[in-house]
Design a binder for this molecule. Sequence first.
Ligand code: PMT
Length: 221
Amino acid sequence: QTYKPLQGKKVLVTAGGTLERIDPVRYITNDSSGKMGYALAEEAHRMGAEVTLVTAPTALKFPSGVQVVEVQSTEDMLQAVVSRLEEMDIIFKAAAVADYRPAVQAAQKIKKSGDELVIKLVKNPDILQTIGERKTTQFIVGFAAETNDVDKYAMDKLIRKNCDLLVANDVTEAGAGFGVDTNVVRVFDRNGLVEALPMQSKSNVARRLLQLAAERIKGDN
Ligand code: PMT
């Protein structure tokens, strides 16, 4: 392949659902197969980028030619992303990050006892917001998985988390969101809707998103 618009660029992609332990045998997580993030990593590599894939556990094979950093919890993912932020040109936050984690992680298996078990959850750091606040020249692409008022929540997240682009998928729509091989997305920037991509493979969606990022960083420099 000769089309390499990301030659010389460093791209970091997060993928999968972060996993928060309750005890050694139980955890909570979010729905995410990792397919969207892995497609981004694979296509970015094809387009010439030096790619780092920060991935929560998934059932997928690691893409070749890509540096893989395996993480579990949101705290781990935050560390992995923030420690590499400065050297990156483009960051895609396709991971489904757990917003809360158990306040206490039991060291031993919790035994069955009463009819109810209450697990207290505490808020996790927001990785996208953290890098949005700290970014200097990095081009940051956030994602939003929504079930209603997609455009409104997408624009709100874009502004609040200081992203350059935000990719919204309505996870109630057939052929969109987590698990499936296709996606249907609406891409926003600060001025509003940039593009609406009809249902297509996650690889094609990834390629288009990478093209948009490549065009926009070229304009910047
Ligand atoms: O993995 P697949 O099965 O292919 O599915 C793909 C996907 C639906 C998971 C993906 O396309 C997607 O939308 N990912 C983001 C899902 C999500 O967590 O959305 P959110 O609206 O909760 O979060 C918004 C953004 O903030 C995301 O970029 C998320 O990575 C980030 N975030 C959220 C919470 C948090 N504590 N830290 C974060 O960085």
